[in-house]
Write a new protein. Structure first.
Length: 160
């Protein structure tokens, strides 16, 4: 969006509803480059997915190290001018193994250094409580009118 002033044209409780409204505007040929979806009242939600121990710390570290190791090995293998496919696959395999070993060791080390302060694994996400579709001032009235048509046609619950 440009540096122009914007104003809300609709408010939704889920991102999918806000996304659907912008998609509807796009389908109608509306200049959607003048529209944005803004999340409000953001909170951090950390979902605990399990207990952490030395075995899981090593497993998580191995998984985190295997992918970059394989990628780096594959890239180095492509630099072999004679047979880049075979060299790339072979070095990717070696990189995967080496990356997994280094990752597992680092995972174990990091877990041991925490001293039992964090004996669980989790996944963090940012979650807004509501989403506003905002549009630049010069097209806001038209956007609000079109979105009102979407709510009338599909029965969406939204506030403007």
């Amino acid at each position: 969006m440009n540096d122009q002033a914007t104003r809300p044209v609709a408010s939704y409780t889920t991102y999918a509803e806000a996304e659907r409204a912008v998609d509807y505007l796009s389908d109608l040929g509306f200049p959607v480059h003048k529209v944005a979806i803004v999340g409000h009242d953001v909170r951090l939600v950390e979902q605990v997915v399990g207990r952490m121990d030395y075995g899981r710390a090593a497993l998580h570290g191995a998984a985190a190290g295997a992918v970059p190791g394989a990628l780096i090995g594959w890239i180095f293998g492509l630099l072999d001018w004679l047979d880049p496919v075979v060299a790339g696959l072979l070095l990717a395999l070696y990189g995967l193994i080496f990356g997994a070993l280094i990752g597992a060791l680092l995972g174990l080390l990091m877990y041991a250094l925490q001293g039992g302060r964090r004996d669980f694994a989790s996944v963090s996400a940012m979650q807004p409580s509501r989403y506003e579709v905002v549009a630049e001032e010069d097209v806001a009235d038209e956007a609000a009118r079109l979105i009102a048509g979407l709510r009338g046609a599909r029965g969406h619950e939204a506030t403007t």
